[in-house]
Ligand binder design. Structure first.
Ligand code: NOJ
Length: 743
């Protein structure tokens, strides 16, 4: 059937070339007629609502399990976007249906959760963040975009930029950890990686800042739970990464499942209109999270789905993910006057604008290219980079007497024990898109193909959780014959991520008992951790010789871990999140407030526990290297900073060991007296320096007025004169400090 697609295509591309895509966007911001408005004028109300609905394909390349009516819906223009459909073959098939059969032939938008890689799986986001290497983090997203755009995708539901201070929350694995500034820098890097510098290129995709907002503050770390934070905490802790994503040009936002101060985020006009659109000037598109409109009925702010849809649209939502609320009810809401046509037009306009910016009106099949798919997806270069980022993401938490690296040229026996030593699927972590378990390098494979003189033997010892101790005997046998015992312990990939909160974040099942059994053998004991969150591991921290935090490192996991164990890579990762000693300390994060009764060892009536120290097991920013670094003293160019005079800060770092290493030098401040209480430390800058053995470098930072700003009592963004402490060190517990004033 001939449709108006070619007319629309000509209309839009002519207007695009007359105005130029860039200036067309400027015009859009000023709400003057944009090319997509011409299309909007041709659309029926059904077609408009269709653009506002996205449904899942239910999974994979051949899994055409959209709603049963999907072919009919696409033909009738009742679906504007599809998610989880990927591969050139499948997306082409659906796209053809839309552009050749629907009345206006508006192309579909294909979205997917490409969270840490499409098919070449990189470390989980929390792991990647542990690299503290922003260029590498950006490159990981760039590669994810190259692969997914080559597989027919236009849009990723990433980055998740939720700050998370509660490791019980499983989705802490999907973000950049606990810090607002570091989270903002990572958000910027990830957005730039996905979107590149030009969205019309066929290897860039729309990024999506999610979940707006404060989803990471779920009470008690239980997923989807209530969020109740002050506006100060919201603005100082949870919003900065979203703002940073906006400034980096992110084109889409996803609402969160949670409520905020009694109003679900999906129906929250304070978030979606006042902050996002008005304060930040965002002109892209807002999609809901999966059925989060419908869920407002359970939240208790709407009696029916229809009413929930009205709340969502009126609050500023553009697209309904999977809930079919707009699809089923919006037209009636319009007829009843519960929503206005202008709001619908605005939402559709935002959506069409995304398609326009991607260049889909010029060529809807631009991302469907078999050759590109074959060339880029899971390419050798991408796998090589995955190994590099995996190496950088590993954090060495303990290394008594330099037990690591293992002597790779010695004819020694190494027993590798634990449930994950050969578990391909657990290398992937949660959200692994098109990543395949069989493509992952396990620790066993990594060690065996590394080509050392070491002799390895392997045993599981126990199941990751549940099970019994019946396999301890075999583990004990190989362990007692070995010179070194390497335990690979932690969580399965499904124990973090969405809907994977834990109330006990210690080692599950019989793993602790396995470690204790191995300890009794009196051999050098090394523990490698697989996990999507900080774990409470005080026994390990005290009793084993080395601990290597490896998160879930993706496709190249086994190679990267072997590289570190065998000393081919000197570990450089640093924790982007605090490790508590016990669950009872949560929430615990480095930038807490001082309180009116700060800790004093000999004063009972100060802020502390009877049964555990206040300090974490491992602080934010912590990580060891195979080489030690010595810090000099902090030098200030002048002891003050003013509006017009930034402060130059320097410090000398020396590698006093015998091999090259990378140090992450961190700068924190504390505002000593202000009109509102300020945290005991706030990260303001960091730099990574690579130092050869014996090398020394002077590291410079520049602090300016904006680094000292905060929200005052009236939520104004201010700086106040007075004294500040400035700390520089290797992690958030550093006590190396100097004073300066702001005047
Ligand atoms: C629900 C998750 O919260 C969100 O992050 C994800 O993008 C959607 N499902 C789509 O899979």
């Amino acid at each position: 059937m001939f449709n108006q697609f070619f007319f629309v295509l000509v209309l839009l591309s002519t207007m695009a070339s007359c105005t130029g895509a860039k200036s067309a966007q400027v015009v859009s911001a000023n709400h003057v007629l944009h090319p997509v408005d011409s299309l909007l004028n041709l659309m029926t109300i059904e077609e408009k609502i269709g653009q506002m609905s996205i449904f899942t394909s239910g999974g994979d390349i051949t899994g055409a399990t959209l709603r049963d009516t999907y072919k009919e819906d696409i033909r009738k223009g009742r679906i504007g976007a599809v998610f989880s459909a990927h591969s050139v073959r499948f997306t082409r098939q659906l796209q053809k249906l839309a552009v050749e059969n629907s009345r206006l032939g508006i192309p579909l938008l294909f979205g997917y959760d490409v969270i840490h890689g499409y098919k070449t799986i990189m470390p989980i986001p929390l792991g990647g963040a542990a690299s503290w290497d922003l260029a590498a983090i950006q490159q990981a997203s760039r590669i994810a975009a190259i692969e997914s755009s080559a597989a027919g995708l236009h849009w990723t539901f990433a980055p998740m930029v939720d700050v998370a201070r509660d490791p019980r929350w499983g989705r802490i694995s999907e973000g950049a950890g606990e810090d607002a500034l570091y989270g903002s820098l990572v958000a910027e890097a990830r957005v730039k990686g996905f979107q590149g510098s030009d969205l019309t290129q066929n290897n860039t995709i729309l990024a999506c800042a999610k979940h707006f907002a404060a989803y990471g503050a779920a009470q008690a770390g239980r997923d989807y739970h209530t969020v109740d934070v002050s506006e100060r905490t919201l603005r100082e802790v949870y919003l900065p990464p979203f703002k940073s994503a906006t400034e980096a040009g992110v084109r889409t936002f996803m609402t969160a499942f949670n409520e905020l101060d009694g109003v679900p985020a999906t129906g929250n006009s304070f978030l979606l209109k006042d902050i996002l659109r008005k304060e930040w000037g965002f002109d892209g598109m807002v999609v809901t999270d999966y059925t989060s409109i419908n869920e407002m009925v359970h939240h208790g702010v709407a009696a029916t789905d229809k009413e929930a849809g009205e709340l969502a649209l009126n609050a500023g939502v553009d697209m309904d993910m999977q809930g079919a609320v707009f699809y089923d009810h919006l037209q009636k809401s319009l007829t009843e006057g519960k929503v206005r046509i202008e709001q619908i037009n605005q939402a559709v306009r935002h959506i069409l604008l995304m398609k326009y910016e991607l260049g889909l009106f010029e060529d809807p099949f631009k991302y469907c290219n078999k050759k590109r798919e074959e060339q880029y997806v899971f390419s050798k270069e991408h796998r090589q980079f995955a190994r590099t980022l995996a190496q950088k993401s590993i954090v060495l938490l303990k290394n008594e007497k330099g037990i690591l690296p293992l002597p790779q040229n010695a004819k020694k026996k190494v027993a590798v024990i634990g449930p994950f030593f050969d578990s391909e699927k657990d290398m992937l972590g949660s959200w692994s898109a098109a990543g395949r378990a069989e493509d992952c390098v396990t620790l066993k494979q990594g060690l065996l193909q590394a080509g050392s003189a070491l002799e390895f033997s392997f045993a599981k010892g126990c199941a990751p959780y549940g099970g019994d101790q019946s396999n301890f005997a075999q583990a004990q046998k190989i362990a007692s014959q070995a010179d070194y015992i390497v335990l690979y312990l932690g969580e399965t990939r499904g124990m973090s991520g969405e809907a994977a909160s834990r109330s006990d974040i210690g080692l599950p099942g019989h793993q602790s008992a396995l470690a204790k059994m191995c300890k009794k053998l009196g051999k050098p004991l090394i523990v490698i951790l697989a996990n999507g969150r900080p774990l409470t591991i005080p026994w390990l921290a005290e009793h084993v010789d080395a601990i290597v935090e490896t998160w879930f490192l993706g496709t190249e996991a086994g190679n990267a871990i072997a590289d570190v164990l065998l000393g081919k890579y000197n570990p450089s990762g640093r924790l982007p999140v605090t490790f508590p000693r016990r669950v009872g300390q949560i929430p615990i994060f480095y930038n807490m407030k001082n309180t009116g009764r700060p800790y004093e060892a000999n004063n009972k009536f100060t802020s502390k526990y009877l049964d555990t120290p206040n300090t974490p097991l491992y602080p934010f920013g912590f990580g060891l290297s195979y080489t030690p670094f010595k810090y000099g003293s902090i030098k200030l160019k002048q002891p003050f900073l003013s509006k017009d005079m930034p402060l130059d800060v320097s410090i000398t770092i020396e590698n006093t060991g015998s091999q090259e290493g990378t140090e992450t030098v961190q700068l924190y401040i504390r505002d000593l007296v202000a009109s509102v209480t300020r945290p005991v430390k706030e990260l303001k800058a960091f730099q990574q320096v690579v130092l050869k053995k014996g090398e020394r470098k002077e590291v410079h930072f520049t602090l300016s007025e904006k680094d000292l700003m905060f929200f005052d009592k009236k939520m104004n963004w201010v700086v106040e004169p007075g004294e500040f402490e400035l700390f520089i060190g290797a992690n958030a517990q550093t006590s190396r400090k100097v004073l300066f004033t702001f005047r």
